[in-house]
Design a protein around this ligand. Structure first.
Ligand code: F6R
Length: 265
């Protein structure tokens, strides 16, 4: 397995800095696989919180490779994805359901009824109840053994966007329907072809269920993440930088970065 170039043990997190994304994603995938195997070994099943976006694509490719080698099974796994655009059809290639199908679900032995993605087709009047039901299902599944996170350029985790809430209130946020932040809309323009076509709302798993995960891995690459990474790790705990709320989950958060993303720490 690749070794990180640097390991930083901060007060609230372990940070592994890699020279390149390829080795970083290989180690991130090994961590996901390890969490899955340990949970299955100790309690017969694993519950994983999963992220989408460009950062985890190679991580999923590694997990698929481990599955094809015969060393990783998803048969006893439940997955809960962090977010989904709203409204969106699961058939839309920009839906996160379609993303998960492309990058993981179609290539592994995860039973279809154990792969949970927030439903971008529920009527608006039922969205709050659907989100609350998602949280109840995670809880009924025994809570998340492991949460994989990316980090937005604006510091968002899932689609928990920067806000003026008190940090304590932000940490209690449940799964819910949200408006996307201008930076998130600008960054999604590449997927939708044009910023005016980006879907401006989303369902997101809340900060509270993310923080309740038994282990959290945040992966961020590139110079445009450096400021959000540094503010999340070293700045005050504030809802204006949702990644900083992870400092309150001290002892169970690991960050995997490349040198560019670690540049401002
Ligand atoms: C995606 C998600 C987002 C992304 C973040 C980084 O499910 O929850 O928080 O992780 O926007 O996206 P990328 O990896 O595309 O830079």
């Amino acid at each position: 397995m690749s070794a990180p170039a640097r390991v930083l043990e901060l007060a609230n997190a372990s940070v592994l800095v890699f020279p390149d994304r390829v080795s970083a994603c290989q180690v991130a995938a090994e961590r996901v696989a390890h969490a899955l195997r340990s949970a299955v070994a100790t309690r017969g099943r694993a519950v994983l919180g999963l992220a989408t976006g460009s950062t985890p694509e190679p991580i999923y490719a590694h997990l698929v490779a481990l599955h094809r080698e015969g060393t990783l099974s998803f048969a006893n796994v439940s997955t809960y994805n962090l977010d989904e655009y709203y409204p969106i059809s699961p058939l839309d290639p920009n839906s996160y359901r379609a993303y998960m199908h492309r990058h993981l679900f179609r290539a592994v032995d995860l039973p279809a009824n154990q792969a949970h993605v927030l439903d971008g087709t529920v009527p608006a009047s039922a969205a709050a109840e659907h989100a609350a039901q998602f949280d109840r299902w995670i809880a009924a599944d025994g809570g998340l053994d492991f949460q994989l996170l990316g980090l937005g350029r604006n510091g968002h985790i899932g689609f928990n966007e920067p806000s003026e809430l008190a940090a304590e209130a932000a940490m209690r946020l449940p799964t819910r329907l949200v408006d996307l932040h201008p930076v998130t809309l600008a960054d999604a323009a590449k997927d939708f072809g044009d910023e005016s076509r980006v879907i401006s709302r989303a369902l997101t798993v809340g900060v509270a269920p993310i923080l309740a995960a038994r282990s959290i891995l945040v992966v961020a690459f590139g110079p445009n993440k450096a400021e959000a990474v540094a503010q999340s790790l070293r700045g005050p705990i504030t809802a204006q930088v949702p990644g900083s709320l992870l400092q309150s989950a001290s002892g169970k958060v690991t960050w995997i970065l490349d040198e560019a993303a670690a540049g401002d720490i």
